[in-house]
Design a protein around this ligand. Structure first.
Ligand SMILES: Nc1ncnc2c1ncn2[C@@H]1O[C@H](COP(=O)(O)OP(=O)(O)OP(=O)(O)O)[C@@H](O)[C@H]1O
Length: 448
C-alpha cells in the first residue's frame, strides 16, 4: 500500500467512525436542550400569569407609548429570560409589520466589572442590533461620551426600545468605599432618566432581571424613584411542572430511546434544589450525552444518576478551586473518612479527620498544620456550605470535639479534590488509606 492509500483508508475510517457516532446518537434535536435555545410558546409551561403581565406592560410599545420599567425577580432557572424574550420577539415582529422600529438590547451583568464597561456593552449591542458602527472606542474616552453615543444610537435607530439587564444585582462595579453607589444603581438611574429628560427621542424602558428579592431595598432613593418598576414575580417550579417542561422537549430525543423513569427522575433531582428548570433540562440532556458516550441505544435511569453526580462534581469543583492546598487537604482528609469507614458513622469526628490529615501530610511531605488551623479551615468550609458541623460533649483530650457532615456526597468531594491537586501521588493506595482511616476510627471509639 502507498502512503496515499494509507491516508485514504485513515480518512475513510475517521469518516466512518464520525458517521457511526452520528447514526447512533440518542438525540434527534439536541439543540432543543441547549441552555439558550429559543423555544416556541407551546413548549412553555406554567407561566401564564407572567406572560400575561409582560404582554400587558409591553403593549404600549405598539401603540406609540412608553412601556413601564419592569423588575422580574425569582430564583435562577425560573423562566425570567425565557418569558421576557418570548414576548419581546413577538413585539419586534408586530412592530415591524406596522412599520415601527422596536429594539431589544440585552446584556448579562454577571461578568461586567464596571459601570463604564456596562455602558460600552450597551452601545455595542445597540449598534449590532441596528446594524451600524459602534462609533466610540472601548477605552480612552469618558463614560459620558459612551453614554451620549448610546443615547444617539437609541434616538436615531429605534422608535421604542427595551433594555434588558440580566442578573442586574451583580453589576456592582468597583466600590472603593462601601458607601459608593453600586454601578447598577447609577445605570438604572441614567437609563430611566434619559428618556424622561428628553435625552433620547424614542421610548426607552428597562427590564431588570434578578434573583434577589430585596434588590429594590438596596437601590438608592434617586434610582428607586426614577426606575420605579412594575414587578413580575417568578416562583419555583414543583416536580410536576418540571416534568411537564421536560415532556414538551421529549422530541429532542429519538422515538423510543427514553426509558420511562428518565423525565420524572430528572425533574425530581432538580426539584430537590429549588425547582430550577435549567437544572432539569441540563440533567435531561447530560443523561443522553452519557448514553451516547457509552455507545448505548437507550437512556436509562442510571444515566440520569451519573449526570446528577457529574453536575454535583462540577459545582463542587468550581467552588473548591479557590481553596488553598492546605484547605483542600483538610477537606479531603475529612471526606475520605466516611468513604472508607467500615462501621457506619452518623457524622465525621474532627479528631479522626485530623489524624487522617496528619497521616496525609506525612505521606505527601506537606506542611503539617496544627489542630487549631485544621479546625479553622473546616469552619471556613462550613461558611462555603461544603459541610455542616455540630459540637459534641464527649470531647477527646482537651480540644474541641466537632462532628462534620458533608452537604454533597463526600465520595464526590474526595474524587473532585483528588483530580485537582497533588493527591494523584496517593492514587492506588486506597487499601492502605482505608486501613489508616479505620484504625483511627477504632482508636477514637475505644478512647471515648
Ligand atoms: N416555564 C418554562 N417552560 C419551559 N421551559 C422553561 C420554563 N422556564 C424555564 N425554562 C427553561 O429553563 C432554562 C432556564 O430559564 P431562564 O434562563 O429563563 O431562567 P432565569 O429565571 O432567567 O434564570 P437566571 O436567573 O439564572 O438567569 C431555559 O432553557 C428555559 O428555556
Amino acid at each position: 500500500m502507498t502512503d496515499g492509500d494509507d491516508r485514504h483508508s485513515l480518512s475513510e475510517s475517521i469518516k466512518g467512525r464520525l458517521q457511526d457516532g452520528v447514526q447512533q446518537s440518542v438525540f434527534r434535536e439536541r439543540g432543543l436542550l441547549d441552555p439558550d435555545a429559543v423555544i416556541d410558546e407551546d413548549r412553555i409551561v406554567g407561566r401564564d400569569q407572567q406572560l400575561e403581565d409582560i404582554i400587558t406592560y409591553l403593549r404600549p410599545a405598539l401603540q406609540g407609548n412608553r412601556p413601564p420599567n419592569m423588575l422580574l425577580y425569582g430564583p435562577s432557572g425560573t423562566g425570567k429570560s425565557l418569558i421576557i424574550n418570548a414576548v419581546c420577539e413577538q413585539v419586534v415582529e408586530l412592530a415591524e409589520a406596522q412599520g415601527d422600529r422596536f429594539g431589544v438590547i440585552q446584556i448579562n451583568c454577571q461578568t461586567i466589572k464596571s459601570h463604564d464597561r456596562a455602558v460600552y456593552r450597551l452601545v455595542e449591542n445597540t449598534a449590532t442590533t441596528a446594524g451600524v458602527e459602534v462609533g466610540v472606542p472601548e477605552s480612552g474616552v469618558s463614560t459620558d461620551r459612551k453614554l451620549n453615543r448610546l443615547y444617539g444610537l437609541l434616538s436615531e435607530e429605534f422608535d421604542s426600545v427595551i433594555i434588558i439587564l440580566d442578573e442586574v444585582d451583580l453589576l456592582v462595579g468597583r466600590q472603593r468605599d462601601p458607601n459608593d453607589e453600586p454601578a447598577y444603581s447609577k445605570l438604572l438611574y441614567q437609563l430611566s432618566r434619559a428618556s424622561q429628560l428628553g435625552r433620547i427621542d424614542g421610548h426607552v424602558s428597562v427590564a431588570a432581571l434578578t434573583n434577589d428579592p430585596r434588590f429594590m431595598e438596596d437601590l438608592d432613593g434617586r434610582a428607586e424613584s426614577s426606575f420605579n418598576p412594575q414587578d413580575v414575580v417568578f416562583s419555583d417550579y414543583d416536580a410536576n411542572q418540571l416534568q411537564a417542561i421536560l415532556d414538551r422537549r421529549r422530541d429532542a430525543y429519538q422515538d423510543g430511546v427514553l426509558e420511562a423513569g428518565i423525565i420524572p427522575l430528572s425533574a425530581a433531582f432538580a426539584a430537590q434544589d429549588h425547582g430550577d428548570a435549567r437544572k432539569a433540562i441540563d440533567l435531561f440532556r447530560k443523561a443522553g450525552e452519557i448514553a451516547n458516550r457509552q455507545g448505548e441505544e437507550t437512556v436509562r435511569e442510571d444515566h440520569v444518576r451519573d449526570a446528577q453526580r457529574e453536575a454535583e462534581r462540577d459545582r463542587t469543583l468550581t467552588q473548591m478551586q479557590g481553596l488553598s492546598t492546605q484547605k483542600k487537604l483538610s477537606l479531603y482528609a475529612t471526606a475520605i473518612v466516611p468513604v472508607h469507614a467500615e462501621r457506619s458513622l452518623n457524622a465525621i469526628p474532627s479528631t479522626v479527620a485530623y489524624r487522617v490529615y496528619q497521616y496525609l501530610t506525612e505521606r505527601l511531605d506537606a506542611d503539617k498544620k496544627s489542630r487549631d488551623s485544621y479546625l479553622r479551615y473546616m469552619t471556613e468550609a462550613e461558611t462555603y456550605n461544603f459541610i455542616t458541623s455540630e459540637k459534641r460533649g464527649r470531647g477527646y483530650g482537651s480540644g474541641v470535639h466537632k462532628e462534620y457532615t458533608f452537604v454533597d456526597d463526600p465520595a464526590v468531594v474526595a474524587e473532585t479534590l483528588q483530580a485537582d491537586f497533588r493527591l494523584e501521588e496517593i492514587e492506588g493506595e486506597d487499601e492502605l488509606i482505608q486501613s489508616v482511616v479505620n484504625a483511627q476510627i477504632d482508636e477514637f471509639f475505644d478512647e471515648t
